[in-house]
Design a protein around this ligand. Structure first.
Ligand code: ADP
Length: 248
């Protein structure tokens, strides 16, 4: 185990009604790295991510978040989690972009009272992801890409050290998607740890330092370059590997 690990996972298993979705998985996510989490549909990626963030408890094994057992980790504001389909869920949400980002700031306030530096942190978060100009629009009226940026800004306002993103660009057009991944690179260069679930393997290998490839069990956990040269993809995806790879 490294001292600088943002997350360590040791021998973790989780089953839904006796059907294992994640089996004996061990891995580490280093502070400041960009980790891509890939695997076929239904291979346990979302389950593993939720386990790593303490949103679900493993049946067996151990998980540490920033050096503490995940079940004792009390600093949720350090984690920015953008779940799957979060862009489609908020269709009727009557709140504005600024209000969403402000919600990210509340853990740093007393009783929700915003002081000057809180307002500055909110403005800065909006600017960093380039949505200051749409701050007063309702979330429900935004494109998928703009919504994703709002959720990232919420995490930045809460001073998150780690961003965990579950297929963040589903339903986002190609241009916005490329710009979104450039933004993730930028945030990562500024020191934020990124964990990305993404089914487009080309995108993952382009942006991630390391790759975790799972299909219930781990098939690869290490450098992107060694992953590309290995047969882990073909083994994890079975005969459908090529189809999935060229899906987009
Ligand atoms: P991925 O994110 O790789 O698509 P998931 O972690 O969502 O995979 O799912 C892994 C396996 O667990 C799949 O077989 C899925 O059908 C099953 N599963 C996921 N969520 C549930 C649930 N709430 N109840 C029962 N089975 C589930």
């Amino acid at each position: 185990m490294s001292n600088d690990a943002a997350i360590t996972v040791e021998g973790v298993t989780y089953a839904y009604d006796g059907r294992p979705a994640v089996e004996d998985v061990s891995l580490s996510v280093e502070e400041g790295e960009f980790l891509g989490l890939i695997g076929p549909n239904g291979s346990g990626k979302t389950t593993l991510l939720k386990l790593m963030l303490g949103l679900m408890s493993p049946d067996s094994g151990r998980i540490e978040l920033f050096g503490r057992p995940v079940e004792e980790f009390g600093e949720g504001e350090r984690i920015g989690y953008v779940s799957q389909h979060s862009t489609s869920r908020d269709r009727t949400m009557p709140i504005t972009v600024r209000e969403v980002v402000t919600m990210g700031r509340y853990p740093h306030t007393r009783f929700g009272w915003l002081r000057e530096h809180d307002r500055e942190a909110i403005d800065e978060a909006l600017e960093r992801v380039d949505i200051a100009d749409i701050a007063d629009r309702r979330i429900a009226t935004l494109s998928g890409g703009q919504k994703q940026r709002a959720f990232i800004a919420r995490a930045l306002a809460s001073e998150a050290d780690l961003l965990a993103l579950d297929e963040p660009t589903v339903g986002v057009d190609a241009d916005s998607r490329d710009r979104f991944y450039d933004l993730l690179d930028e945030l990562n260069e500024q020191g934020i740890t990124v964990i990305l679930i993404e089914h487009d393997i080309g995108v993952v290998t382009e942006h991630a330092d390391r790759i975790t490839c799972i299909n219930r069990e781990i098939y690869h956990h290490g450098d992107t370059s060694t992953f590309v040269e290995s047969d882990a993809l073909a083994r994890a995806y079975g005969s459908t590997g090529r189809l999935v790879e060229h899906h987009h």
